[in-house]
Structures are given as C-alpha cells and as structure tokens.
Design a protein around this ligand. Structure first.
Ligand code: SF4
Ligand code: SF4
Length: 282
C-alpha cells in the first residue's frame, strides 16, 4: 500500500473522563484553541500538498464545543482532506449524528475508545452500533481498548459482546512513561488470547520497535498539538526532539523525506498503518 499522509491533530486538551491509565497528565488535559487559532490551523491544513487524512484527537474532541461548531465543518469546507476521529464516544447521540452528517463523503475512521472504568459496555456497544449505521458506508468504526494489567477479563467479556454484533475490538498494550506495562500471572494467557498468535499493527497495538528503519514521519506524518506545535511523531515529542515548528506562528515545515527511526518504541500504530515505515506492510 502507498503512504497515506496523515496529521494527528490534538484539537483540544479538554477531556470529560479521568482514566487512571491516561498517558496525558491531568495538567495537560485542559484548554482548546480560540476561533482565530482554529482558522490558522485550517489554513495550514488547506496548504498541505495532496490528499491528507486529518485525524482529530484530544483530550476528547467532542468535549470541546468548537469541535462540531467550527473544526469539523471547517475541515470539510476549507480543505480537500479526509477526516478521522479518536473519541471516547461519550458525546450525546445527537452530537454523534451531527458528526456523521457533517463528515458525509469525507470520513475515514472513527476510532472509539472503550474505557471500561468509565462506561457500561452495553451502552457503549449500542452507541457504537448506532454511529456505525449513520456514518459513510466506506468509513470504518473500530473500537479500541487499553489492556490494563489485572483487568483483562473485563476486556475479554467486552470483546465477546462487541464481536457478537460485528464490532471489532482493537487491543492496545498499556504504555508507561518508559515503555510497556508488564503482564504476568493470570494475565499472561489472557494477553495471548486477546492479542492473537501473530499480532500485526492492523490487529493490535503492541508498541513495537522500528529502530533503524526509514520512516516518513515528519515528512508525511506529523503530530500537531492544540498549541500549534508540530512534531515528527509521538515518541519524538516525548523525547523533546523532531520539532517541526509551530502552525499558529507560521513556522511549521515538513521534512523533505524519510530518515532512520532513532527510537526503540513506536507507541502508536497510526504511522505503520499509514505506510510510513519502510519494510513494514501497511
Ligand atoms: S478519555 Fe482518553 S484523554 Fe480522556 S482521560 Fe481517558 S484516556 Fe485520557
Ligand atoms: S517512533 Fe515510529 S513514527 Fe516515530 S520515527 Fe520511529 S518508526 Fe517513525
């Protein structure tokens, strides 16, 4: 598969949940851009060469009023790009219905995060099913869940419940500040069952290492924060490296091509699934 240029845009820090395993600390889970700043973001995206996927994340995008009022309509009207969203699906069904309408013909993926410590899985399933019926037929809705050590049995039950109605659960190993959580005892077998015998980035996020492989992150993939900072990828941002400038200040610039990955963990499957990592099937 050819590369799909992609921006992961943190449209806001605000979130209405407070998950115990959230990788964003509470002090960063606040704030959102002003209307003028949203315009600057949209201008930047409109100027990107070719067809991109703008994947909107947070915080929780729907927890920011401007998401449905300004950001989604702005992307659809002012840019040629496709859109995706990562959401905890807590928004009222009317808001989710509106999102489906606004993105008609332009939606790529709804990545719905199931936070078992926050929601009832049956309610979540019903909401996910309702949204899937309303989005574009060619768009995908995928449920993802973090594999929290000691709580895998609940994920197994959720997986069964979701798969019974044709929804796929995408498991993600739990990340820590320095890598991936340890799983032991009863978790060992459950982890194997949930990940499957040969997990790929399409079936599970196991936060692999692509160290040394040529990676197009920075050139055709970037992470943009609500403050406008553009980074090569999530790991680069965490390391304080790979800053590509600031969208709001007009200094963001794409790299000219691929360069070897200097990191030993790639915590997000998006770059691999968009074909950014050479030698890895997308
Ligand atoms: S919903 Fe996501 S951003 Fe919000 S607290 Fe939970 S993990 Fe963090
Ligand atoms: S961590 Fe992943 S996205 Fe970042 S440079 Fe390495 S392979 Fe690319």
């Amino acid at each position: 598969m050819s590369r799909q240029p992609t921006v992961e845009w943190q449209v806001c820090g605000t979130c209405n949940y407070d998950c115990s395993y959230c990788i964003q600390s509470r002090k960063y889970r606040v704030g959102h851009p002003s209307e003028a700043e949203i315009d600057r973001f949209l201008e930047f995206y409109a100027g990107l060469p070719g067809g991109w996927e703008i994947k909107m994340t947070g915080g929780e995008p729907f927890a920011f009023r401007g998401f449905l009022a300004r950001i989604v309509p702005g992307l659809v009207e002012r840019t040629p790009h496709r859109v995706s969203v990562l959401t905890n699906l807590s928004a009222p069904v009317t808001a989710l219905d509106r999102f489906a309408e606004l993105t008609r013909g332009r939606l790529e993926i709804v990545s719905a995060s199931l936070h078992l410590e926050q929601v009832d899985v049956v309610d979540f399933r019903d909401k996910a099913l309702r949204l899937r019926e309303r989005i574009d037929a060619r768009a995908r809705l995928i449920v993802n869940a973090v594999l929290v050590p000691g709580r895998l049995e609940a994920v197994e039950r959720a997986k069964e419940l979701l798969e019974a109605v044709g929804l796929r659960l995408y498991p993600q190993v739990m990340k820590t500040k320095h890598g991936v959580s340890a799983y032991g005892g009863a978790d060992t077998q459950r982890l194997l069952q949930l990940l499957g015998p040969a997990p790929t980035s399409r079936t599970a996020n196991v936060a692999p290492s692509h160290h040394g492989r040529a990676c197009w992150a920075g050139a055709e993939y970037l992470v943009v924060t609500q403050a406008g900072d553009a980074w090569r990828c999530r790991t680069a941002r965490r390391a304080g490296e790979g800053h590509l400038g600031n969208v709001l200040e007009g200094t963001a610039r794409l790299a000219g091509g691929p360069s070897p990955c200097p990191y030993t963990i790639c915590p997000c499957a998006v770059p691999e699934n968009r074909g950014m990592i050479e030698g890895r099937p997308a």
